[in-house]
Structures are given as C-alpha cells and as structure tokens.
Design a protein around this ligand. Sequence first.
Ligand code: HEC
Ligand code: HEC
Length: 289
Amino acid sequence: MPTKIEKDAISGQETTGHEWDGIKELNTPLPKWWLYTFYATIAFSLVYVVLYPAIPSFSGHTPGVLGYNSRVAVEERLAEARARQAEFWDAIAAAELSEIAAEPARLNFALTGGAAAFADNCAPCHGQGGAGRPGGFPVLADDAWIWGGALDDIHTTLLHGIRNGGDEARDSEMPAYADILEPAQIEAVADYVLSLSGAEHDGAGATAGQEIYADNCAACHGEAGEGLRELGGPRLNDQIWLYGGSRDEVIRQIRQPRMGVMPGWQDRLDASTIKMLTVYVHSLGGGEE
Ligand code: HEC
Ligand code: HEC
C-alpha cells in the first residue's frame, strides 16, 4: 500500500497516507481535551490501584497501601452512632416504664425506636401505625383493649404474647358453641349480642337470647357485654369487632371461635426494645393510666 502523506484538496486536512481504491483516509486527531482527560484517568487508575483495594485474586484482593476497607469504615461509623446513642439505651434500660416519658429526649428516642421496631415486627399483623387488620388483628391505635392498655398491661402482652402455648402467655379459650347450643339458641344469643351495641337484630331472638347469654357468655364477656380483661373476653357492647360485626360473623364466632395467636417477644427482642415498643403502642392513642 502506498503511504504518501498529503493535504486533502477539499477539507485542507492531512491524510494518513492510506488509500483504498482512490479513497483517502483523513488524519483527524482526537481533541486535545479528550486525550488529556483520557491520560489523566489512566494515571488516576494506576494511583488508585496502588493506594486502595483493587485487583481480585483467588484468595481475596490486593489490599492497597492505605489499608482502606469499606466494611471496616461502615463498622466504625456504626460504632460511632451506637456510642452516641448509648446514653439513651442506658437510660431506657435503667428507667421504669412509667419514667420513660418524664424526659422529653428519652421519650423521643423511645418513640422513634419503638416505631421502627413496630414497622419491622408488628405491622405485618397489626397494620401500619397499629391500624389493625381484619381477621382478628386488633387496632392498637384506639382505646379499646382486650387485655388492657396501661403500660404494664401492654408490656406483659408483648413479653409473653397471647395463646402461643408459652407458660406465661395470656390465655383464654372461648368454647365452640356449635357443640353446646342448638342452632336456634346460637341465633338467639347472636341477636342478643348484636342488640348490646345497638346493631340491627331480631327483637324476639334477642329476648330469647338474653338468658342464654347470662348462662353461657357473661362469665367471660361481662353481664352487659362490657368485656373482661382477666379472661381476654372482648367487649361486645361496642362497635369494635375482631372478626366483624355482621350477624353471620357473630354466629360464626359463637359456633367456632377462632382464637387469635400472638407470639411472645421476650426471646426475640431485647428488653429495651420491648420497653420502647410498649411506650410507642401506649402513645398510639388509647394508652391508659
Ligand atoms: C402473627 C401476628 C402478630 C404479630 C406479629 C404481632 N401481633 Fe399483637 N396481636 C395479634 C393478635 C391475633 C392479637 C389479638 C389476640 C386476641 O384475640 O386476644 C394481638 C394482640 C396484641 C395486643 C393486645 C391488644 C389488646 O387489645 O389488649 C397488643 C398490645 C399487641 N398485640 C401488640 C403487638 C406488638 C407491639 C407487636 C410487635 C412486637 C405485635 N403485637 C405483633 C397478632 C400479632
Ligand atoms: C371462656 C371464656 C368465654 C366464653 C364463655 C365465651 N367467650 Fe366469646 N370470646 C372469648 C374470647 C377469649 C374471645 C376472643 C377470641 C379471639 O381473640 O380470637 C371471644 C370472642 C367473642 C366474639 C367475637 C368478638 C369480636 O370482637 O369479634 C363474640 C361475638 C363472642 N365471643 C360471643 C360469645 C358468646 C355469644 C358467648 C356465649 C354463648 C361467648 N362468647 C362465650 C371468651 C369467651
């Protein structure tokens, strides 16, 4: 191939001297700014490879002369954050539940930590912010409590859970009345239950159901359906239902109660986190003295 460098007649630019079938290749150099940037990146990468961890090998990677390690850096930053929080963790661990609210900064820390732990552990069942879920997962942001809404009540519920087979778990079992009462009696007592909260019901049925209720149900749900916390019998004379307040739902619950289960958290979360959760749940709206 002839290599003759000459000026291109039309563009005035030099050719590289390469020519194929009369077509000549113009010599168009890279822009200077681009070229120097390119060289700079090469120089940077060489310096980087020497200073920092870079080239992978079978047994790890080259460590770099600075000894930097991003995992160590993250750990250091976490340790720093923990040290900054330590004061608060210690305060929560040392304080009685009732004392946590006395100090605004401590209360704030407990509420923030409690909200985070709630989102991780409780929201799947109880909904965001304790809004509750249909199917037996009670609202925690109202002032209706099955087992009690004082700090100590909530704390006990959290530590041991409900009907999970644990020795100290809150426990109670409503009998399945499908095996005990006649279907007509179940309908009657359901109408009586509905009448307690002023819901739509069959008047004659409710009258017949009153005595059945007094004999079978009042022991756990209270004479007037006001509920009984010692036995976890929910209040029946309000509009708040675990499983729904339609006549069918009430009959279903009387025939075959579902008995909600909640795990205990004592072995899953540390004591301070459970305290913070207690304070958080108590603050959601219905905390009792
Ligand atoms: C697997 C589902 C589940 C999870 C997870 C769960 N709960 Fe529960 N929780 C329940 C059920 C079901 C009940 C109602 C039990 C009953 O019928 O008495 C309940 C009841 C409660 C009660 C008692 C409410 C009352 O009215 O007395 C509190 C307080 C509570 N949960 C807080 C929490 C907190 C805080 C967490 C997270 C640490 C949590 N729960 C996680 C299912 C769950
Ligand atoms: C041994 C105690 C006990 C007795 C007796 C009992 N209950 Fe219950 N009842 C409970 C408990 C505990 C629950 C909550 C079940 C749960 O959390 O899953 C409940 C729940 C209910 C509910 C659902 C409440 C809701 O909010 O959705 C209804 C309705 C009900 N009972 C009606 C009755 C009627 C009617 C009788 C009598 C025929 C009766 N119960 C007898 C303990 C009892």
